[in-house]
Ligand binder design. Structure first.
Ligand code: FES
Length: 199
């Protein structure tokens, strides 16, 4: 195994997200009987519940939502500091292009910068907005892990192995990347202090 492959394995923890998605997968086989409204089980299939308190500080986990991989990152105070100070490197630093329709909670500058309801917990679709590869998490700053493949003063984030797009620690795309947009934020809300309902 190469160092890079080993690095990506260390940084990804795949987990089964709780409840609704898995339960509803079987339930959607029930025949549709002509209602104008989606059945409760169909609505449930579009939602995923997850307890973000299970993600330790600094860790990224991958869960499933509507069959797509989703990153959940518990950012440390240091990682949150490294979200700021490089707006000039970003295509869409205030998340104007897409997030207004995807996440109605994104209604303050702070939420637009951190792209999260609770700053430390980032939840984004794990699909590069160029052609859909899964970007590799590279949270450390500088070139320690990636050498010259990252910008000189790299503050940490993601690197897409397919065509080289970079995203910062708020999953905002870096200038010069083939990816046109930040990693997508989806609708979600907190059901309790730590359990989120995605979708
Ligand atoms: S799919 Fe990520 S850069 Fe092309």
């Amino acid at each position: 195994m190469t160092d890079k492959a080993d690095h990506s394995r260390r940084n990804f923890l795949y987990v089964a997200a709780g409840g609704l998605g898995a339960v509803a997968a079987g339930a959607t086989a029930v025949p549709f009987v002509g209602s104008m409204f989606p059945a409760a089980d169909t609505l449930a299939a579009s939602k995923t519940e997850y307890d973000v308190s299970t993600v330790v500080e600094g860790q990224l986990v991958v869960i499933q939502w509507q069959g797509k991989p989703v990153f959940v990152v518990n950012r440390t105070a240091d990682m949150l500091n490294r979200v700021k100070g490089h707006d000039d490197l970003l295509k869409d630093p205030m998340s104007q292009a897409i997030d207004a329709v995807q996440a109605e909670w994104m209604d303050t500058d702070e939420k637009r910068i951190y792209r999260a309801i609770k700053p430390e917990i980032l939840i984004v679709v794990a699909s590069c907005t160029h052609l859909g590869c899964i970007p590799l998490f590279k949270p450390t700053s500088g070139r320690e892990d990636w050498g010259d493949s990252v910008p000189e003063n790299w503050a940490g984030g993601w690197h897409c192995p397919c065509h080289g797009s970079f995203y910062d620690l708020s999953a905002r795309v870096v200038n010069g990347s083939p990816a046109p947009q930040n990693l997508h934020v989806m609708p979600y809300k907190y059901k309790t202090d730590s359990v989120v309902l995605i979708g």
